[in-house]
Design a binder for this molecule. Structure first.
Ligand SMILES: *Cc1c(COP(=O)(O)O)cnc(C)c1O
Length: 433
């Protein structure tokens, strides 16, 4: 019987008795004064805590956690994770270089996913000596074989199979239709493995799956692994010994949980996830690879913005902030919900909620963070925090409207490190004439 798991706080942000919102032990207002806004602020201790939570739940298995770099690719964050012994899941040559600069030794713990790897990227990864290529098509396998032969470097490969676990209507997948471009049909996998096994420069060692992102139920993960287990058994009959199974990432979080309420219990989520995976891979003697992204970093981050204006257009009221969709595109791109809270509770009157749209300065109607949201009575000059923006936020930011990217700080208890300085217009203009 598993013990009742200890509750782990959903977020590292809370108000002190003076009504100041803290990240770990540091008031966000202090950081905003020092580094300006918009400002991404991450808690290193929270990310470590999430990593430890994963480790604890999989400690009975030989496993490696390969953090999905695309969720948040800040170098200081990667360095911190590398120091903790994490591996990485990359999807480009650029991400490989980030991992290499974070920690050279972490390259050997790196898996390379993605449906569109180029020959150049394969060469980089072969030379660097990554752990495994997650190959997503037969054509990619052919190209990899060619590059490996050319460089005389053996490529360790896993085929990323599409286990067809989800009905098209499954509600927990936010990228359902896009999934179709990923992976190899599991029904064809045996044939493709046989092809790989014949090649002197390919070493088929793994099977990988990644069934989507922001999945809030454990069952589909278990179902996917059960399909993988059947494949691993078939491959054994074919004389192909699979050493690692990569369960991908995808574990979701509750973006609607109120700050301070314990509605989201990270420990419980991981307990259920681990139980489903363990059940799915029962009896398999393989190393388990995991590629969590969002779950490790999303709730460790906030985007701090300053309110510029509050205005009324007819019946509608708008809060215009100095952060825009170029900083945080998730509401526009995915219809994502982010909780928004005042950074100084004293400056906001909780009893005076007003229904407002919270928007940015970018010239797009899609430039919004919240629509018709009950907001405390904040006024121009006040700071607000957009919660759960540690994942797929800064890493998808852009320079749209020629806006310079925000700064990022990494907080660890009382310590603060500027993890990325604010961009300047000179940074933006450097590549142009
Ligand atoms: C994006 C991605 C992940 C991480 O997904 P999360 O939902 O952030 O956990 C893991 N593996 C692959 C192959 C991915 O593309």
């Amino acid at each position: 019987m598993p013990r009742k798991p200890k509750t782990v706080a959903a977020r590292p942000f809370r108000y002190n008795p003076d009504g100041q919102l803290l990240c770990d032990a540091v008031p966000l207002e202090t950081l905003a004064e020092r580094y300006g806004t918009p400002l991404y602020c991450y808690s290193a201790s929270q990310v470590r805590e999430r990593l430890a939570l994963f480790r604890k739940h999989f400690k009975r298995h030989d496993h490696l956690i390969c953090y999905a770099v695309k969720a948040n690719s800040n170098l200081s964050l990667l360095r911190m994770l590398a120091r903790e012994g994490a591996g990485f899941d990359i999807v480009s040559g650029g991400e490989l270089e980030r991992v290499r600069r974070a920690d050279k030794r972490a390259v050997a713990r790196t898996v390379f996913s993605g449906a569109g790897k180029t020959a150049g990227e394969m060469d980089l990864a072969l030379r660097a000596g990554i752990l495994l290529f997650n190959v997503e098509s037969e054509q990619e396998l052919e190209l990899l074989a060619e590059r490996a032969a050319k460089l005389r470097k053996k490529a360790r490969v896993a085929l990323r199979v599409n286990p067809e676990v989800f009905a098209e209507t499954h509600p927990y997948i936010s990228t359902g239709l896009r999934e179709h471009k990923f992976g190899i049909d599991i029904g064809r996998a045996r044939e493709v493995y046989a092809r790989a096994a014949k090649d002197k420069w390919l070493s088929p060692e793994g099977v990988s799956v990644h069934i989507g992102s922001q999945i809030r139920s454990a069952a589909p993960f278990g179902a996917a692994l059960a399909r993988v287990r059947a494949l691993v058994e078939e491959l054994a009959e074919d004389g192909i010994r699979i050493r690692s199974v990569d369960a991908g990432g995808g574990l979701g979080i509750d973006y609607t949980a109120q700050l301070g309420a314990e509605e989201f219990d990270a420990a419980k989520e991981v307990t259920e996830y681990a139980a489903a995976l363990t059940e799915g891979m029962r009896g398999m003697q393989v190393r388990l690879l995991l590629e969590p992204g969002r779950f490790l970093v999303a709730q460790a981050g906030v985007l701090v913005a300053r309110v510029l204006y509050r205005k009324r257009n007819g019946a509608k009221e708008f809060l215009i902030t100095d952060a825009g969709m170029n900083d945080l595109i998730r509401p526009a791109l995915y219809g994502a919900h982010h909780e928004i809270v005042p950074v100084e509770r004293a400056t906001a009157d909780d009893s005076q909620n007003a229904i407002m749209d919270v928007v940015g300065p970018v010239c797009e109607t899609g430039d919004f963070f919240a629509r018709d949201r009950a907001m405390p009575d904040v006024h121009p000059g006040a700071l607000i925090a957009l919660l759960d923006t540690g994942a797929y936020a800064m890493s998808i930011s852009s320079n749209y409207n020629s806006r310079s990217r925000a700064a990022e700080v990494l907080v660890d208890g009382k310590r603060v490190r500027l993890a990325r300085r604010r961009e300047t217009i000179e940074d933006q203009l450097r590549f142009e004439e």
